[in-house]
Write a protein that binds this ligand. Structure first.
Ligand SMILES: CC(C)(COP(=O)(O)OP(=O)(O)OC[C@H]1O[C@@H](n2cnc3c(N)ncnc32)[C@H](O)[C@@H]1OP(=O)(O)O)[C@@H](O)C(=O)NCCC(=O)NCCS
Length: 156
């Protein structure tokens, strides 16, 4: 098969349906996708959307809100490229850390370590996903992960 070019582009409000479709096909919730205070991206291969990812921004930290690759395109390195691109964006934004909730999977190979739920709840309390949990008096299930970004003062 010929190698098709892969591009990650910023999602606009008009891309909401595309982002939600990719999240749904990957088994993720779509609640508050592209809400205010977030940045989302779409990954395209050969011009077709194959993945999406979002960051919900807090003050000095972000919550990785869904990393999704269509099932037919998984296992080919696309997810890693998406996640690393979001990590670099957060670092450039000056974030000290990225958090993530996952129901399955081991995120250590992406540089994340497990942290108690209380850490993310207090560090990014006003992100859309955490607000939504609070409004429903629910707690995110699964595992909470954090990736420190080691932003040096000289780079700020
Ligand atoms: C997680 C996901 C984005 C990875 O995308 P991908 O294109 O399959 O990943 P890659 O081919 O780049 O592989 C990267 C690594 O992800 C790992 N991986 C696969 N599924 C994973 C998951 N659900 N959680 C964590 N890691 C996962 C792979 O084992 C691989 O590790 P390795 O490089 O050490 O072998 C994709 O599997 C997906 O959309 N899953 C469903 C949605 C989901 O669970 N998202 C994460 C929670 S927000």
């Amino acid at each position: 098969m010929t190698e098709q070019s892969v591009q990650i582009r910023l999602a606009t409000p008009q891309d909401k349906d595309t982002v939600c479709r990719i999240f749904q096909e990957a088994g993720l919730e779509t609640e508050a996708a592209l809400a205010e205070g977030t940045t989302y991206w779409i990954m395209q291969r050969g011009g077709q959307p194959v993945g999406a990812i979002g960051l919900e921004h807090g003050n000095g930290a972000s919550l990785l809100r869904g990393a999704a690759v269509l099932p037919s395109a998984q296992g080919q390195g696309l997810g890693r490229r998406l996640v690393m691109s979001a990590v670099e964006y957060a670092r450039a934004r000056g974030d000290q850390a990225i958090y993530l909730f996952s129901k399955k999977g081991d995120w250590q190979s992406f540089g994340f370590t497990q942290v108690p739920l209380a850490v993310v709840m207090s560090d990014v309390p006003d992100t859309p996903q955490i607000r939504a949990y609070r409004a429903r008096s629910e707690r995110p299930g699964g595992t909470t992960w954090m990736r420190p970004l080691d932003v040096k003062a000289s780079q700020a």
